[in-house]
Each structure stands twice: as structure tokens, then as C-alpha cells.
Write a protein that binds this ligand. Sequence first.
Ligand SMILES: NC(=O)c1ccc[n+]([C@@H]2O[C@H](COP(=O)([O-])OP(=O)(O)OC[C@H]3O[C@@H](n4cnc5c(N)ncnc54)[C@H](OP(=O)(O)O)[C@@H]3O)[C@@H](O)[C@H]2O)c1
Length: 381
Amino acid sequence: MVHFLGPRVRVSADESSGLFTARGGAGTRVTTDALVDAFLPEPSLAESTNPLLRDLVTGGGTAVGRESAASPGTLEVDSRHRVIGPDGRAQPQLWAVGPWTSELPIGAFARPRTNAPCHRRNDALARDLLHAALRHGKTARANAANLSVESPGEPAAEPTPRTVRSLRLGVLGPGKIGSALTRAALRRGVEVAVAGRSPATALAARLPGARHVGPDVLASSCDVVAITVPLHVALALEPAAFQGAVVIDATNPWGEADAAAVAAARAELGDLDGRLSTSELLAARLPAAHVVKTLNHIGYHDVEDHGREDGDPQRRAIAVAADDQRAADAVGRLLQRIGFEPVQVGTLAEGRELEPGAGLFSGWSTRDELSRLRRELVRVA
Ligand SMILES: NC(=O)c1ccc[n+]([C@@H]2O[C@H](COP(=O)([O-])OP(=O)(O)OC[C@H]3O[C@@H](n4cnc5c(N)ncnc54)[C@H](OP(=O)(O)O)[C@@H]3O)[C@@H](O)[C@H]2O)c1
């Protein structure tokens, strides 16, 4: 017999009888001798019933950390997971990870052998810990031998992918795919600026680490701009803001609003047979931009989960269609950086193969598989 308790559930435990009583807000009451506690509470260190966790931020003179302003309720850590002390400085030998820290949210429950973001994060942290331990050991030995060594604590200048600042990605439309792309890029050390409709504070809380900018300055402040708004919104964008920009068109035509906008754009261009790909329609809307069609055939979850290191035989291929080689190369570099293998499949016109229902739209493939599929499609055509 299953009783649904509804909202505002309260559970009490009676130590003497060994029974649990659960009461729902609507008055339902269940008493039982077993309780499965699967709640995932919102993090709130300051209100934690665990004194060890609580004192990390509320311990007055003994607090070793502080609550994150960008991610309230959590312990502030830097990009290498070092705890930020109350004075704003990173603690050299204190690390914290997990959902109760201000780290970028990464998918949990990842399966083994997937090289998922949380495994990569743990590996990077393990490297830092080992490095610190080695330096500590060296210092201890040197002290014993009365030798001088560099001071321990601050890990040496080990290259960290998180701080590479050479690539700036702009994301217009931080919805499902835009947010996934933002997080994937931030984790790989790409600077990301995001333009959306939500207020800056909401975006900062949702996508910590990303800069919030207005849509008018996105293109001028980034090397590549990903358009991840619905297609009908993209087809109404103001062209002046995209002068000279390398633009990723990640959109797909779904639903009535997109269909109407596509029909209107085709009519305006005299494309009565519907020959133009939707990216060519967008390129016509943004004539001074260099449009690259890509990411259309990958689900948003997979943008975060399928990235692999260069050389991994299971690295997923992503098709890229463009009329401008330099723009395709810039986008290819971004895809490589976030863990994918760019495969050029031709011009924007040929990018039709990436649209829903077409030959390259769905399915996971490696570089070789995608290239083979592409050759077969060309042969059939
Ligand atoms: N989801 C996927 O797995 C996936 C994969 C590949 C390609 N795509 C394509 O990518 C595009 C976006 O898909 P999505 O699933 O990410 O959609 P979504 O979750 O609905 O996100 C759309 C984004 O566009 C913004 N937006 C919507 N209407 C707008 C308007 N009138 N003006 C300004 N911004 C507006 C939304 O702003 P708010 O945040 O304020 O709502 C949101 O940030 C679609 O064309 C889709 O086909 C999606």
C-alpha cells in the first residue's frame, strides 16, 4: 500500500518505540518501523546540524572558510578547490569538493570509465593533493637536514587548465544547451560571457564563473559566440551586434514559432523550394557575421558528459559546417578544448545534414565513424 504524503512532509522518530511517523501537510499520517531518507536538502552550511560543517563558516575566530556570495549556503572554494578563508585568501592546504561548496555544479552519479566531469575533477584534485604532500615531505626532509627549500603550501606552478585565458566564448541564451556549453567550457578554462533575459544575480547563481554581459557587447568581447536561443529568436536578432563575429548556430527548427519564422525568412530570400539550410537563413540575417553550424546534433546533457581528452578513442565527434574556414577553425578549437573532435562536413548549405531528421542529426560517433557516415551520404546524394 503506497500513501502519498504530499507537500510539507515532517518526519519524527520515536526512540523508545523505534517507530517513525511521517505527516504530510494535508493531514496524511503514516507510522512505520523503516524510513528511507532520500532527501537532498538545499545546502546551508550555517544552518547545518553537523557542528564540524557549521563551524567551517560560523566558528568566529576559528572559522577556516566563508560562505560563498555567488552560491549562498555553500563553502567558498577557488578554481582548485582550495577553501577560501574568512580573509578572502585561499587556504594553501585545505580543500573541499562537492555540492556544499561553491564549485561549478557538475553532474553527479556518473558511471565508472566515462571520464565524466566529476571524475576529472577528482583526478585533478588528487594530483594537487599528491603534489602538496610531496612538497611537504621534501620540506620535512630538508628541515631535518637543515637545507633550504621553497616554502611549502602554495602548490608550485603546476599548469592548471582552469586558468587558460586565451579563448573567450560568448553564449547568447543560457537555457538548456547554452548552460551546458557554458559549464563545459568553464571547466576547461575557457572564459565565458553569457547574455540572457534573467537578471545578472540569477545568472551568477546559476552559472558561477561566467561573466554576465548585455547581448549588444557579447560579440565584441568574445572570440566565438554561440547562439543558443530558439531559432525564431535567432532569426530576429539585431545584425549590427554581430559585425565580424564568429557565430555558432546551435539552433534547430522545432515547433510552430520556428516554422513560421523559417517560412518568413525563406519568403524574404525567395527560397520558395526550401533549399536553404536554417543556418544559411541565419547567415542571411547576420550578413556581417561568420556563421558556423555545429552542436545541433548533440543533446545538452551530452555536452557536459561526453567530453574526452584528446587522443581518447572514445572522443565524440561533432560535425561542423561553415562557409568560412577561419571561422570553422576557431569553432573547431573551441570544440577540441571542451573535449570533442570537430569534423568538417562542408558548407553551410551542406549543414542541412545536421538538421532534425537528416543523416547526421542524431547518434554518437567517433571522428572516423562520422567521416564515414558523411562520405556515404555524399555517395547516396
Ligand atoms: N536542448 C538540447 O539538447 C539542444 C541540443 C542541440 C540544439 N538545441 C537547440 O538550441 C536552441 C535552444 O534550445 P534549448 O533546449 O537550450 O532551449 P531553452 O532551454 O528553452 O533555452 C532557450 C534560451 O533562449 C532564451 N530565450 C528564449 N526566448 C527568448 C527571447 N524571445 N529573447 C531572448 N532570449 C530568449 C531563453 O531565455 P530564458 O533563460 O530567459 O528563458 C533561454 O536562455 C534550440 O534551437 C534547440 O533546438 C538544443
